[in-house]
Write a protein that binds this ligand. Sequence first.
Ligand SMILES: [Zn+2]
Length: 89
Amino acid sequence: MHSPRFHLDHRFTRGRLSAFHDGELGPVERRRVEHHIADCPDCGRAARSLQRVIGGLALLRRRNRSRLAAGVIERLRTQTRRDGDGSRH
Ligand SMILES: [Zn+2]
């Protein structure tokens, strides 16, 4: 049987998983969530699947950003080439 403390932590964790993953919890709250996730298979599973979703989103954002960066760099290169094309007096 789980202690009443466990059930309190369970509710606490369930309400804060996404804040936990977003790094929005204070150190005390985060420790409480981490501790509970380690003890509770349910919350552990929920935390991992949330982690996957958030990790996937972050990866997507990172890809988009690098594509954007590549476009900017390409534009700068074109610009630089054009400026260098014998227009010097
Ligand atoms: Zn739990």
